[in-house]
Design a protein around this ligand. Structure first.
Ligand SMILES: CC(C)(COP(=O)(O)OP(=O)(O)OC[C@H]1O[C@@H](n2cnc3c(N)ncnc32)[C@H](O)[C@@H]1OP(=O)(O)O)[C@@H](O)C(=O)NCCC(=O)NCCS
Length: 179
């Protein structure tokens, strides 16, 4: 087991944010990570095997505190989302499609962002988004992120080149928004 505290739990009005439990989270995360709709703009194609999801969960479990701060999100007792930092300073998130459009990921990310800035773990959070991913871009803007730049042909995913639009949120801007 890594030195990562396994008992970190954050509760929001509708969600429980906690560290990954690979066995318990397998079914929910495999359903999500193998879903072509949810994975349409992800940095890898949908998982084709259970082993891929097991390796993904193991890597998440092995992340140590100076590398990242990542959470599994439960909604009504169901594992439905991952949100946080697999590797600082890039923020990442994915939610089960049947729950999109209810503001759940914004609800999850608010305390995760507050946590890294309040602890002084980061001065700036970044995000790398496919320009076609309007829901993700809208989500980042709602949280106060601003576009910094764009680049073409940044990801080769299942034989197709994808572009990136980059966003950032500084600690200073976050403090000004939440003061
Ligand atoms: C991006 C994602 C996390 C958004 O989560 P969410 O909880 O549905 O986010 P919100 O409910 O706060 O919605 C964000 C905004 O996108 C809009 N939106 C939601 N679903 C949408 C959809 N399917 N198409 C277009 N816009 C959508 C909403 O209208 C909302 O804007 P608004 O509050 O101004 O109305 C979710 O769609 C997802 O998991 N997508 C797949 C994984 C992914 O792309 N991750 C990001 C990689 S960079």
């Amino acid at each position: 087991m890594s030195s990562r505290a396994t008992d970190t739990v954050i509760r929001t009005p509708r969600l429980v944010l906690r560290r990954v439990r690979p066995e318990e989270d397998f079914a929910g995360m495999h359903a999500l990570l193998s879903d072509p709709l949810a994975m349409a703009y992800w940095s890898t194609p949908p998982h084709e095997s259970e082993d891929q999801t097991r390796a993904w969960l193991a890597a998440m479990a092995e992340t140590v505190p100076h590398e990242g701060d990542d959470f599994i999100i439960e909604y009504q007792g169901r594992t439905v989302c991952k949100a946080g930092f697999y590797r600082f300073p890039d923020i990442g998130y994915i939610l089960a499609p049947d729950l999109w459009g209810q503001g759940l990921v914004a609800e999850a990310l608010a305390p995760i962002i507050a946590r890294v800035f309040e602890r002084g773990a980061l001065e700036r959070i970044t995000a790398d988004v496919d320009p076609r991913n309007t829901a993700s871009i809208r989500l980042l803007e709602k949280l106060g992120f601003a576009e910094t730049h764009r680049a073409e042909r940044t990801w080769l995913i299942a034989g197709a080149w994808c572009d990136s639009v980059y966003f950032a949120l500084s600690r200073e801007d976050w403090l000004a928004r939440t003061a």
